[in-house]
Design a protein around this ligand. Structure first.
Ligand code: FAD
Length: 393
């Protein structure tokens, strides 16, 4: 049984609206009771739990921050709380929703035409269809703005050629949001590609040590035809992609918060239950110090994450702020989760005790949506006015 949540030491809940608290309650209940008991087996087999999708759909969190088109119209804060609650129990579940919602759906909402929004968003919001978001390529990860997949204009549409790597949900997604370089303008454009498009192939990436439930794929596109109606007319340069990333990074920042919450809750219970030297582990000063450090980290993470949401909601958030939130929170979470793994001793490396799974799941989150370093450089550029992504000549 997943332990009760005991990490809200500074009564962060008081800062939340009734709607945000209600979202927290419904996601937490579903994740603890219905999802937690089955996830470890899927994680170990690296399989996707399709049986969970209707439960997640019923939570009404997909497309959370989007207004209209059958989306739940949650505040960004409520969306962030939902992300954390999903990640607290299972980080892969939160990544599945994040890629689908905060990347793919958001790109359609921000950069799509009215017809595209009406056509795609309602069923995506209910998780009756699933989407993925393909930016990264085998040779262009941090350097994604240099991507090489091409989009060539032809009569009635576009021909896409190239490869994508690491694309979450891509092995089964109904629609794929794909970024490619327009061969006429040399700028990045966006497209909605259907899963059965001839010439499209997605192959699962095996042997991951984290987020094993998420199905990441290598995508190969050979002369894939996309009709004009499926070009995202609002994506005309890499800057348009970056706008989506700045928003989704707020959500990604809440994943390490959720993971740290879950690890703290597990450790808190474990230290009281397990005895060594005739006393519960919680009675030893060194263990208390580790637990308090974890809790202190969490309170700071909550407040930075919350403030980011408020900055976004008031229209004041900058890309550098979003990047600093994502990078700093994931750094602190790495420390928090590794203390938790340590506190469980040998059981800290067994998936049965959940901390090991959370420990591994945090690693790809530290790296995706811009690594710690790249997000640091985004903030560094903003505060100094000097870009330092490329080596000095
Ligand atoms: P590299 O760019 O090769 O970086 C390697 C190392 O070098 C890193 O430590 C990096 O910080 C450092 N580095 C690189 N450039 C610089 C620089 N200029 N200055 C300092 N240090 C630098 N992408 C998608 O498009 N869609 C997805 O759904 C998606 N899901 C993912 C899921 C998982 C599990 C993973 C692991 C990745 C996913 N990605 C996805 C890709 C992800 O965003 C990239 O892995 C990430 O941006 C890093 O790129 P890379 O792996 O090529 O590393």
């Amino acid at each position: 049984v997943f332990p009760p949540s005991v990490s809200d030491y500074y009564q962060f809940d008081d800062l939340l609206t009734a709607e945000e608290q209600a979202v927290r309650k419904r996601v937490r209940e579903c994740m603890e009771k219905e999802v937690a008991p089955i996830m470890t087996k899927y994680w170990e087999k690296a399989e996707f739990p399709f049986e969970v999708v209707p439960k997640l759909g019923a939570l009404r969190v997909a497309g959370g921050g989007i207004k209209g088109y059958g989306c739940p119209n949650l505040s960004i804060t409520a969306n962030a709380i939902a992300t954390a609650e999903l990640a607290r129990v299972d980080a892969s579940c939160s990544t599945f929703i994040l890629v689908h919602s905060s990347l793919a759906m958001l790109t359609i909402a921000l950069c799509g035409s009215e017809a595209q929004k009406q056509k795609y968003l309602p069923s995506l919001a209910e998780l009756k269809t699933v989407a993925c978001w393909g930016l990264t390529e085998p040779d262009y990860g941090s350097d994604a703005s240099a991507l090489r997949t091409t989009a060539r204009k032809v009569e009635g549409g576009w021909i896409l050629d190239g490869q994508k790597r690491w694309i979450g949900n891509s092995t089964f997604a109904d629609i794929l949001v794909i970024f490619a370089r327009n061969t006429s303008t040399n700028q990045i454009n966006g497209f909605i590609v259907k899963k059965d498009a001839p010439g499209l192939q997605a192959t699962k990436i095996e042997n991951k040590i984290g987020l094993r439930i998420v199905q990441n794929g290598d995508i190969l596109m050979k002369k894939v035809f996309v009709p004009d109606e499926d070009r995202l007319s609002g994506v005309n340069s890499f800057q348009d992609t970056s706008k989506v990333l700045a928003v989704s990074r707020v959500m990604v920042a809440w994943q390490p918060i959720g993971i740290s919450m879950g690890v703290y809750d597990i450790c808190h219970r474990y230290l009281k239950e397990r005895k060594q030297f005739g006393a519960p582990l919680a009675a030893f000063q060194i263990n208390q110090q580790k637990l308090v450090r974890m809790l202190g980290n969490l309170q700071a993470m909550f407040l930075i994450g919350w403030r980011l949401c408020k900055l976004y909601e008031s229209g004041k958030m900058t890309p550098g702020q979003a990047s600093m939130g994502k990078s700093w929170i994931s750094l602190k979470a790495r420390e928090t989760v590794s203390l938790g793994r340590e506190l469980l001793g040998g059981n800290g490396i067994l998936t049965d005790f959940l901390v090991a799974k959370a420990f591994c799941d945090l690693e790809p989150i530290y790296t995706y949506e811009g690594t710690y370093d790249i997000n640091t450089l985004v903030t560094g550029r903003e505060i100094t006015g000097i870009a330092s992504f490329r080596p000095a000549a």
